[in-house]
Design a protein around this ligand. Structure first.
Ligand SMILES: C[S@@+](CC[C@H](N)C(=O)[O-])C[C@H]1O[C@@H](n2cnc3c(N)ncnc32)[C@H](O)[C@@H]1O
Length: 213
């Protein structure tokens, strides 16, 4: 789903070795292209968790925009060690987003991910039918994110994946789902899930017809 290279994007060893040398890389899109969508969802007092942060500039740009309570999380120890030493103004945690076991329940106002969920699915042969492992990884990530969000918290996902292939999984948690498209040429998706609301199934109906596995 990412590309046709031999890179194993589902392996922590791949990311560790990549982050040894790579200083910065932005998946999907630069902040400027979706800043108007994200900034209006955030309050300066929000406690924000950025999962699968990689070496993206997103957290730094949000910090500069006035959102100071940011926790960055990734399962690459190499990355977290390097970035936590250089950037003590933010929090850095090495943990697996499929469990978020180092994080307490209901502690964040906002969880953000960008292309991290897609890396779990990178070895899938078809976007139509995921393997049991991929389904398990996707579901456990969404459950973990839901768990660490406060009762009225929001989850923002910035993604390559069209809603036909994502909404079926998102509706398994108790939150409403909004989808916006952005980008010129390539289209990307900005998903906002609001915890505590019932899933808005009628609005999502068209997406739900397509794929259920
Ligand atoms: C495609 S990169 C996206 C990085 C960054 N969010 C961006 O948009 O540029 C995927 C990131 O997710 C991290 N990751 C993959 N699986 C993870 C997991 N199970 N738990 C935590 N981080 C994970 C990788 O280490 C990598 O930093």
């Amino acid at each position: 789903m990412f590309d046709n290279s031999d890179n194993d994007y589902t392996s922590v060893d791949y990311w560790d070795s990549r982050f040894k040398d790579e200083e910065s890389y932005e998946w999907i899109s630069n902040f400027e292209k979706f800043s108007d969508l994200i900034v209006k969802e955030l309050k300066p007092s929000d406690r924000i968790l950025h999962v699968g942060c990689g070496n993206s500039q997103l957290s730094f740009q949000l910090y500069s925009a006035g959102f100071k309570d940011i926790t960055n999380l990734d399962y690459s120890n190499v990355l977290i060690k390097k970035l936590s030493e250089k950037n003590p103004e933010m929090k850095w945690i090495c943990d697996d987003m499929r469990s978020l076991e180092k994080l307490e329940t209901e502690t964040f106002d906002v969880v953000i991910e960008k292309a991290a969920i897609e890396s779990l699915l990178a070895n899938e042969k078809s976007i139509w039918t995921f393997s049991d492992t991929a389904k398990h990884d996707l579901r456990s990530t969404l459950e973990s994110i839901y768990r660490v969000l406060k009762p009225r918290g929001i989850f923002i996902s910035i993604s390559f994946t069209p809603p036909y292939f994502r909404v079926n999984y998102l509706i398994e948690q108790k939150w409403s789902i909004e989808v916006k498209e952005f980008g010129e040429g390539f289209h990307f998706y900005f998903y906002k899930m609001s915890k505590g609301n019932n899933p808005n199934l009628e609005e999502l109906e068209n997406y739900l017809k397509v794929n259920r596995n």
